[in-house]
Write a protein that binds this ligand. Structure first.
Ligand SMILES: [Mg+2]
Length: 188
């Protein structure tokens, strides 16, 4: 079975840095509306949340800022939790698939985190949906996976409206992943 790991929000916590940057850049506008600071929890939907919309930021604006953060500050991007590298080292071969533009910086980051991937690929949902097991934070994939595919959804404020079902499993910590994936591979 082919396994993919997404990067942003799944293994790399670039969203905390992003929320900090929004707070700093838009401090005045946020304070005027009684909405300061902009926090990680404010990213409460896949469009970066109502506060981002209130600031006039489109999802593409927000994504561009994420790309910019990877370019400028990739060394400061933390893993989503402390168990990311260990869990991924335990797993069978998997690919890293990201729609991020900053492929070079992300591969440097993966190297520094000692994450042993099989291939690094850049692409969006249509590429991701060619895999059997998708480790992701994107709630939109839940409606698109087919029979025989499995979505392991990293719990994030922007995907909490997706319920578990036979092919969608929410996980909260990376240490859950080796068992979850082994169970799927034994009984697909
Ligand atoms: Mg993601």
């Amino acid at each position: 079975m082919d396994i993919l790991f997404d990067v942003d929000g799944t293994i790399a916590d670039v969203h905390h840095l992003w929320a900090e940057r929004i707070s700093a850049t838009y401090e005045r506008q946020l304070r005027e509306r009684g909405a300061y600071p902009f926090t990680f929890e404010d990213i409460s939907d896949w469009s970066f949340g109502p506060k981002a919309a209130m600031l006039g930021l489109s999802p593409q604006d927000c994504t561009d800022m994420i790309f910019q953060l990877w370019k400028e500050r990739w060394r400061e991007v933390p893993t989503v939790d402390e168990g990311v590298s260990r869990a991924m080292q335990e797993l069978a071969a998997f690919d890293i698939v990201t729609s991020d533009a900053q492929g070079q910086e992300i591969q440097q980051w993966l190297g520094e985190q000692r994450i042993p991937y099989r291939a690094f690929r850049q692409g969006g949902s249509s590429l991701k949906l060619t895999y059997d097991i998708l480790v992701e934070d994107n709630p939109a994939l839940a409606a698109r996976i087919r029979e025989g595919q499995h979505l392991l959804l990293r719990d994030r404020p922007w995907n909490r409206d997706i319920p578990d079902c036979a092919h969608v499993r929410r996980f909260h910590g990376s240490e859950e992943l080796p068992d979850l994936i082994e169970r799927i591979m034994r009984n697909p």
